[in-house]
Ligand binder design. Sequence first.
Ligand code: SF4
Length: 444
Amino acid sequence: MKEKSFYLTSLGCAKNTVDSSSMAALLLQEGYTQVRRPSHAKLLIVNTCGFIQPSREEAIHILQELARKKRPGQFLVAAGCLTERFSRMVVEQVPQVDGILGTKNWMDIVSLAARLRAENPPKTLFNLPESTQLSRDEVGVSRATVQGGSAYLKIADGCHRPCAFCTIPLIKGTTTSRPVSAIIQDVQNLQEQGVQELILIAQDTTSYGWDLGLKDGLAVLLEEILKSTPHIPWIRLLYTYPGYVTNRLIELMASQPQILPYLDMPLQHAHPGILTRMRRPANMDWVYKTLEKMRKAIPGLTLRTTFIVGYPGETETEFQTLLDFVAEIRFDHVGVFPFSFEAGTASEPLGDPVPPEIKQERLEKVMLLQQDISQQNNQAQIGKTLQVIIEGREDTISVGRSYRDAPEIDGLIFAEGKAAIGKIVPVKITGALPYDLLGHIQQS
Ligand code: SF4
């Protein structure tokens, strides 16, 4: 076991993966080596997710597993969202944890590691921020994580929206946007590395620049990215907030071929009463009009959304409104989650009155309906040739995604033929499954 070696496992969403990549980059700069096996590392780091109860349970389980096999001289660090809110609980359940690092100050990983190695403290060291704001994260390392030919790039963190069910503002504080110049620097480096797909992420990408005093900040940022990186063919937006997809943003998406015609807009529900209780934008008229406007302006637009079912007090009628909406809009991709009760959120006083079996039943109803719609939407792709970014290969089958699919959350294309990972190649679509497509690679 090398003195300066670390093992890092990252849980949760792509935003957490970016923080993990940045922590790893800081440690590598300090002369650490990253190892694949926990038994070979001096420092064991788990970058946890604490968004909802199942993610907290998973994080505790992984920490306990590492703790069980921990050897003398090894240090176990719990970092990330779970530790930001529940550090005491983590130490109670996993007393072998040597260091706690809050998600707001992931950039302190090097100093925390140095203290652990130098002091070998008998009790857990806590490194949690005093401020409710995210710490400044421009510390000389990239805020991106590269996977094959794609890169997630964090443009902001934290959230200032008031959604009643969400713990993110409690964990991360309000929106903190990165300066445009720092983002451009990262994008240029990614372009030099040959990245083909740039995926912009934040808790809410449409609030980018709000705290910097920028008006229409996401559109402003995209214009700068387009100017400085003409060689990244695909730019994808995730996590947009209803009401803040502006005309300028729509025009940009419609006129700039680099920006993929793909929009991920988590709507959470379709009944104005529920949306009001969720403290979300409840103007469904705006939603209908905007989706129609976007579909007209952007040919081939792929729409993705997510919904919560079983929100406190959700009646059969309110749920039916959601089903009708899904049937009418015919989204390309829909994610559905059962409501998860979270103490400390604005919805806490509402309790969790909808029984789990009703939540599950409603979830399945939406998914079943959507499965049919997705199958029909996929069927309509047969005969078309789509550009596909290759993510993997087995024998003579290459696996990838077209502009219609974001990594991890949407479908895949299985294509006969060989192509290099990270390349974008034309694929003729020959078959459709509910979520995935089949095809063969065209010779270019
Ligand atoms: S916009 Fe998203 S991250 Fe922000 S409070 Fe609402 S659900 Fe949470």
